[in-house]
Design a protein around this ligand. Sequence first.
Ligand SMILES: [Zn+2]
Length: 323
Amino acid sequence: MTDSTQLHEIAAGVHMWAPNGVDTWGLANCGLVHSDGEALIVDTPYTPALTEAFLAAARRVTGDIVPNTVVATHANGDHTWGNQCLAGSEILATDAALEHQCVEPTPQQLHALVRDSDPDQPLGWYFRRHFGKFDFSDIQVLPPTATFSGRHDLTVARIPVELHEVGPAHTMGDLVVHLPEQRVVFAGDIVFSGDHPCHWAGPLDQVSAAGERILAFDPEWIVPGHGPLLTPDELRTYIAYLDDLSDQALLLHGQGKTPIEAARVLIDEDRYPGLGLPERLAITLSTEFRHLNEDRSRPSLVEPFALAARIAWQRASDTAAPA
Ligand SMILES: [Zn+2]
């Protein structure tokens, strides 16, 4: 599942485009659903260049069919900033995702953050390491053309497609795409595989509940927002991780720890072995602690990032130190 020049068939008419998105930021999975001359896309990649690669792979499967519908699972740039390559398509998202788009950094702001931050400090080093490979400079963000709350059903020729709002969870406006006949769910960033997730809206109970809703559809396959395809059992393991992290957050918050201290405790005890990007724990715990503190102010995106960058910087310098 690592060849980004290919689409991988999950079920008849259903494909996943899976760049190698483990142990790094921004390389999200996308979906293609096609049937009898119609095609729908689930999420677009982070940049126009990546989107052209995805669409070229899609054309090898669909021939001349031009996708006329894009479903955005949420408003993060790594799932929506390729929309400009599909101008003229209907872009579907939740009402809350449209609202959330207003508080996302723009591509130009992110470009400036990567370019202007100090590469010899943790944040600048971390931005360059994970976002330096993308060119955000010329991206125009295309917002959704149609939004809904709750549930929206449509068809791609003969394939029924259900969109279910499950946020706030990863972000304010998450949805999942359920294909009942193919028994596939595109989970967006409700689900990460291979790496620790980073959840921005939370609380973790909501992300876990969204995972349970996916399981209740009785799918055969779950396409995560990032990383390899999952079976229901693997999704259960991920939900157990979320529930344990929620318990640990409550415990460590009760001990007066800050989010970065709590993340370091969990990393030091190797509580979640085998998952990449453990520094993301600082982001998800920042979100969780905001809920525990009943802090309703608008969250900063850069502050939790800076905590994650400090942890990653420290871990990299520990690794580099002579024994
Ligand atoms: Zn993502």
